[in-house]
Design a protein around this ligand. Structure first.
Ligand code: B3K
Ligand code: ZN
Length: 872
């Protein structure tokens, strides 16, 4: 398979002004008829170019006509998934009839079946699996869609826009016609048909228009969409208030489907969601999952402007819509709950997963220069780092400047397919600034490292920071240029008070330093005493900060920084230092230290009742296995696991009484709500319970079993179950079975059970996992179920990283199996193996040989790209 390059971008030779589609849906085959109103693109320099439409090997062409003229076989050519017509008029209607088999579509792109319904997923290049088309985002068209089906089985038939007609066909079927007045690329097309229930609501927009809101699910799930509906209404309001964006159609629909490759899809007026990102009820859904529902509903809704009204010119610009929309949904969640907690969660995720990606063989800039398969580029880099880049622009321009920029962007480009450069230009023009150097963030991959040293001159009361930046090489980018990095900073005095200082002639307590050279010096004047620097507040840039903080300095920041984010950050650094120290001791065969400054740090933390419980819970959770792996030059999973376990037990046994107290003080008695206050309490309570049980205390063991039995919500029930299982309490087996029995009819809860079962540390781990995949409630066709088991395996250090390589071989088996069935999922399963070069030598060899085994198969483009880049 060959790569495509951004530098080769050319405008399309043809445009499609109108697209009329008819779907005759049936269980055995579906007939799709398209009438495309095509004309030559005046901007194309190829005046006689042939018409080349994209298709898929799963699309069978029945016939094609230009205007009324049915083309004979000699006048068109179908090969390599393209339909080529050499001679066409300058403007014409192309009629195409194709046959597809949604019931056999296991790739879950294009039109497919999920339980008893038909649904679509067209981003990025799924539409070509429905019919021949110019399947590229810069071809925008007005769609009219007619769906024909048997009404008894498919009473609900939906597509984008408004329903304009409904009736009966000659053979007694029902047809429904939808018209979407907004031009859109084919990737935003959607169709749903099924026997669905609906929750109706309305939203009155800022200009006073009423919008009908409808959420559809299969009948048994309709009681679980109230929270999503509420989230939707709050998102609509927030986008009006914060961005001035009003919804445009008279109807907005969301449909939940069980089988879905990703989280959700922002199809115009008809969002389609993985049911895991839409359904929520207190009994079946944890707090985390509630927050995810809220964030994904908001994200997809926000795409209506950042993605749909203004879309991407080509797929290299994917971060234009995704980075910006993630930034928007993060801001919405921050405004809805606690901004510091939200920031800590997002940054933790970024530093764990995106930093690892940026240091591996798939590293790419947020605007990639090339790809083999675009589906592989729905990455943490495009999404999360892309959001960080937008956030930096926000930091540089301030909230008002950013809003001026976004207003100009939406106004200037409404109805267009544009580039990341267009976005930055709007920001520049609205604010009269020059972001030329800043734009390197779009083209340069890798995580920059900021090295900071300092000095203080008591006589002159000046404090100096020496900052140097370095971005390590990444594939195809051996050398890097200096980036423009905003570093938000303050100084903390000896009495834990913020110190004021003078920078640029202005007395202040916080400043944004513009790091934009390889090496730079920043001078702070009128600094009363030697400070502890609080750097990169709020994580103002996606970089690795290297300042040699002492333990005392970290403890001071942890308790005294005015920036909540940096308090957490200091506690993390402290824990990381101690854990990496334990890792070394473990590797050297020494006894692990029995001293930890975290104990005193946590002790004062737990004693301080003024702190936000959610923050305390976050600080209590030790850096994850995955994050410590990311920080390790050479990854030794067994040593990391041992270090974490050791430190946990040390803290648990030292602070047993404190944890008990916190546990008992944070019981929620009110009816369940996914509110910031309740979530904070539950998270602290369960964090404390987890340590308390780890201390081995008998009273704690009874408490956790009691919590499991008495819980009236999934957060408390599942936290208790996880603690019981992870601490291998005697009740573990019985309660795992009881949990399954209680919830076996709730598919999403079964997924939680599958994940916990797969991650469970036990003898014969792999045998257990194989049994899970034979379990009657497992279904390999369902991506959520497969991800649950494989995700659980990934957390199961003993089983996955077994020195005999059996864990890796098992994963490779699943990848090879899924490669044919569902290439997108198969390719994602490869991620752990892409880290092989960084694993300790015994594991590294085993991983590599599995990658080689995969490489020897007949591979999809998706898997080929990841595996070949990993082995390069
Ligand atoms: N835009 C979709 C992603 C679809 C990816 C398909 N391979 C979801 C989102 O980011 O909102
Ligand atoms: Zn998105």
């Amino acid at each position: 398979p060959a790569a495509v390059f951004l530098k080769d971008y050319k405008v399309p030779d043809f445009l499609i002004d109108k697209t009329e589609l008819t779907f005759d849906l049936d269980e055995t085959q579906t007939v799709v008829t398209s009438r495309l109103h095509i004309r030559r693109n005046p901007e194309s320099d190829a005046a006689t170019a042939p018409l080349i439409l994209d298709g898929g090997e799963d699309v069978k062409l029945i016939g094609v006509a230009i205007d009324k003229y049915e083309l004979p076989k000699e006048e068109y050519n179908v090969s390599n998934d393209k339909l080529v017509i050499t001679a066409t008029p300058d403007a014409f209607i192309l009629t195409c009839e194709t046959l597809i088999e949604p019931q056999n579509n296991t790739r879950l792109e294009g039109l497919y079946r999920s339980s008893s319904m038909f649904c679509t997923q067209c981003e990025a290049e799924g539409f070509r699996h429905i019919t021949y088309y110019l399947d590229r985002p810069d071809v925008m068209s007005v769609f009219t869609t007619t769906i024909i089906a048997d009404e008894s089985r498919y009473p609900v038939m939906l597509s984008n826009g408004n329903e304009i007609e409904r009736g009966k066909t000659e053979d007694g079927k029902t047809f429904v016609t939808w018209h979407d007045p907004f031009k859109k690329p084919a990737y935003l097309f959607a169709l749903v048909a099924g026997d669905l229930e609906v929750l109706n609501d309305t939203f009155t927009t800022m200009s006073g228009r009423d919008v009908a809101l409808k959420i559809f699910t299969e009948k048994h799930n309709i009681d679980k969409v109230d929270f999503a509906m509420d989230s939707l209404k709050r998102s609509m309001k927030w986008d009006e208030e914060v961005y001035g964006r009003e919804y445009d159609l008279d109807i907005f629909m969301i449909v939940a489907v069980d089988d879905f490759n990703m989280g959700a899809m922002e199809n115009k007026g008809l969002n389609i969601f993985n049911s895991s990102c839409l359904l929520a009820s207190p009994e079946t859904t944890t707090d985390d999952a509630y927050l995810r529902v809220e964030a994904v509903v908001a994200h997809e809704y926000f795409h209506n402007w950042s993605g749909n009204r203004v879309t991407c010119r080509d797929w290299f610009q994917l971060s234009l819509k995704e980075g910006f929309t993630v930034f928007r949904d993060q801001s919405f969640s921050a405004d809805t709950h606690s901004d510091v907690v939200k920031r800590v969660e997002d940054v933790s995720f970024l530093k764990t997963a995106q930093f690892a990606e940026d240091a591996g063989p798939m590293a790419h800039p947020i605007r990639p220069a090339s790809f083999i398969e675009i589906s592989n580029f729905y990455t943490l880099t495009i999404y999360e780092k892309g959001a960080e880049v937008v956030r930096m622009i926000h930091t540089l321009l301030g909230a008002d400047g950013f809003r001026k920029g976004s207003d100009l962007y939406f106004e200037r480009h409404d109805g267009q397919a544009v580039t990341c450069d267009d976005f930055v230009s709007a920001m520049e023009d609205a604010n009269g600034v020059d972001l030329t150097q800043f734009k390197r963030w779009y083209s340069q991959a890798g995580t920059p490292i900021l090295n900071v040293t300092d000095s203080y001159n008591e006589t002159t009361q000046t404090y100096t920071l020496n900052v140097s930046q370095m971005t390590p090489p990444t594939p195809n980018q051996p050398t890097k240029l200096a980036l423009h990095i905003p570093v938000r900073a303050g100084l903390i005095g000896p009495d834990n008070q913020p110190l004021s200082f003078t920078v640029d002639g202005k007395e202040q307590t916080e400043v944004v330093l513009h790091v934009n050279q390889a090496e730079q010096t920043f001078i702070f004047e009128n600094v009363a005493s030697r400070p502890v620097p609080s750097l990169l507040r709020g994580f103002s840039a996606p970089v690795k900060l290297d300042y040699g903080y002492t333990t005392d300095q970290l403890l001071q920041l942890m308790s005294g920084d005015v920036d909540g984010f940096n308090r957490w950050s200091a506690s993390q650094q402290l824990a990381v230092n101690e854990l990496l120290n334990c890792v070394q001791q473990y590797q050297a065969g020494k006894d692990l230290t029995e001293e930890s400054s975290l104990v005193s740090g946590f002790e004062s933390l737990l004693a301080d009742s003024t702190l936000d419980s959610a923050m305390v819970a976050l600080i209590l959770s030790l850096p994850s296995q995955a994050y410590l792996s990311e920080l390790s030059g050479v990854i030794d999973p067994h040593a990391i696991k041992a270090a974490r376990k050791h430190l946990r037990l040390l803290i648990a046994s030292s602070l047993e009484k404190e944890f008990k107290k916190i546990y008992e003080a944070n019981t929620v008695t009110d009816a369940y709500q996914a509110s910031a206050g309740q979530i904070a309490k539950r998270s602290l309570k369960n964090a404390a319970l987890s340590y308390w049980v780890a201390s081995g205390n008998d009273e704690a063991k009874s408490a956790v079993v009691r919590q499991y039995r008495n819980a009236d919500n999934m957060t408390d029930q599942f936290s208790a179950l996880s603690i019981i299982v992870n601490n291998q309490l005697a009740e573990a087996d019985d309660l795992m079975s009881a949990f399954f029995e209680q919830w076996k009819h709730e598919s999403l809860v079964v997924n939680k059970w599958l994940m916990l079962s797969a991650s469970r540390e036990q003898e014969n781990g792999l045998v257990q996992i194989k049994e899970l995949m034979e379990h009657p409630y497992f279904d390999i066709k369902n991506p959520n179920k497969l991800r649950a088991v494989i995700g659980g395996l990934g957390q199961n250090v003993e089983t996955f990283h077994n020195l005999d390589g059996s864990g890796y071989a098992f994963l490779a088996d699943q990848i090879i199996l899924m490669n044919k069935r569902n290439p997108q999922i198969a390719s994602r399963l490869c991620t752990p193996l892409t880290r092989w070069k960084r694993m300790e030598s015994r594991l590294s060899e085993k991983m590599k040989s599995q990658l080689e085994r995969i490489a020897s198969q007949d591979l999809s483009k998706d898997v080929y790209e990841v595996v070949s880049k990993s082995l390069a």
